[in-house]
Design a protein around this ligand. Structure first.
Ligand code: GLA
Length: 381
């Protein structure tokens, strides 16, 4: 794909392009915690969006998508485009301009190998590759965190998803063989080595394509905010669920509807699970880490309500399978992938078993994707 992007640029616009890449991500644990000011543990993957780009004269940018096989002209002074992929780019440029960057017009070709709708953050990769490249081409430079904010606000303002900042942060700042323990309140992070010996991460894609723009994601977020608002009436220092412990939540339980209470409890417990999980990772206890993945899935499915039958089906097989150390649905939910930590010896038979039973139940074969933790956004020679 990298070469295709470059060749397509040559054919359409000629020479002089710079080439950039930004990856998708997995998240080991800490789901739906980012917008609550909590912790997440993502890693960049070796699947990317590649972008060939060159500054152009005037105000109009020309952009070609290899995957969609279509192009548009974009002028930031015009209304946002209707074409969905182009809205992301329009959003990134606008958000960078808001932050004082005078983004030049440009000619660009992009394409990628991150399956979309699988929960691997292909949209954050798209935002990040444009943000990173246009920042590189501009005079005034934004920091990676400012670029991540530009990507996140693109989702809020131009796509309608009130997402957190995890996906953009890891796409911009990922490192090979390391996962990022990110504190989403302070945005401080620690890179933790992730080199499980004798086991590996495997994604199983349910092939149910989720749409985060669906109201469910935003609904979860507002349920969390509702819980915070109720507690803040009594404890004014509370501004995020991060500031709330289980005892405090229980104190005000009677004022909340049952669903608000359960959503909030899930988030608080998920943060605790993540912190314990990180301790275990640091000491090389991958089996102990895997236990936290199982618990995380239970919470996501039963308390937070973002799983679906297909994901639960895969995860249940995994949970009962000898040699699977941990397994959980991953990302926003309602479809996409189950992330599994599996011992090398059991991997093949486990995947066969899932394939066979999933096909018998749902009439289609899930796709498996080996996870290699790779680097973040970069310029390529
Ligand atoms: C999506 C969002 C992230 C995060 C996850 C759930 O990927 O973009 O910000 O909230 O869902 O953990």
């Amino acid at each position: 794909m990298k070469n295709r992007v470059f060749e397509e640029f040559l054919a359409r616009f000629g020479s002089g392009a710079r080439l950039y890449a930004a990856p998708g991500r997995v998240n080991l644990i800490g789901e739906h915690t980012d917008y609550n000011g909590g912790f997440v543990l993502p890693g960049a993957i070796d699947r990317c969006i590649w972008l060939a780009v060159r500054p152009a004269a005037g105000r109009r940018s020309r952009i070609w998508s290899v995957d969609f096989d279509e192009g548009i002209e974009l002028n930031i002074a015009d209304e946002p485009p209707r074409v969905s992929w182009a809205r992301y780019i329009y959003g990134v440029v606008s958000e960078m301009a808001r932050r004082g960057v005078d983004v030049p017009a440009f000619d660009a070709v992009f394409g990628g190998d991150i399956p979309s709708g699988a929960g691997l953050s292909s949209s954050a990769a798209l935002e990040s590759v444009f943000a990173f490249a246009l920042n590189d081409l501009s005079e005034r430079k934004l920091t990676p965190v400012e670029l991540a904010r530009a990507g996140q606000m693109t989702e809020h303002r131009y796509i309608g998803v009130r997402c957190g900042i995890m996906d953009q942060m890891i796409s911009l700042l990922g490192e090979r063989d390391r996962v990022m323990r990110l504190d989403c309140r302070s945005l401080e992070y620690e890179m933790i080595p992730f080199r499980p010996e004798g086991c590996r991460l495997v994604l199983i894609d349910s092939m149910v394509s989720h749409s985060l723009a669906g109201t469910e994601y935003n609904l979860r977020r507002s349920q969390c905010e509702r819980g915070v608002a109720i507690i803040a009436r009594h404890v004014p220092r509370v501004t995020l669920l991060r500031d709330v412990g289980l005892d405090m939540l229980d104190t005000y339980r009677s004022e909340m509807d049952e669903w608000v209470y359960r959503r909030c409890r899930y988030v608080i417990e998920e943060n605790v699970r993540l912190l314990i999980g990180c301790d275990r990772l640091r000491s090389g206890d991958y089996a102990g880490f895997g236990e936290k993945m199982f618990e995380s899935h239970r919470g996501l499915s039963q308390e937070y309500g973002v799983s679906c039958g297909e994901l639960d089906f895969i995860q249940e097989i995994a949970r009962g399978y000898d040699g699977v150390l941990g397994s959980r649905m991953m990302g926003g939910g309602f479809g996409g992938c189950v992330l599994n930590l599996v011992s090398d010896g059991a991997c093949e038979s486990f995947l066969d078993e899932v394939d066979r039973r999933y096909a018998a139940r749902y009439g289609l074969h899930p796709r498996t994707i080996d996870v290699v933790i790779g680097g973040g956004a970069r310029r390529l020679e």
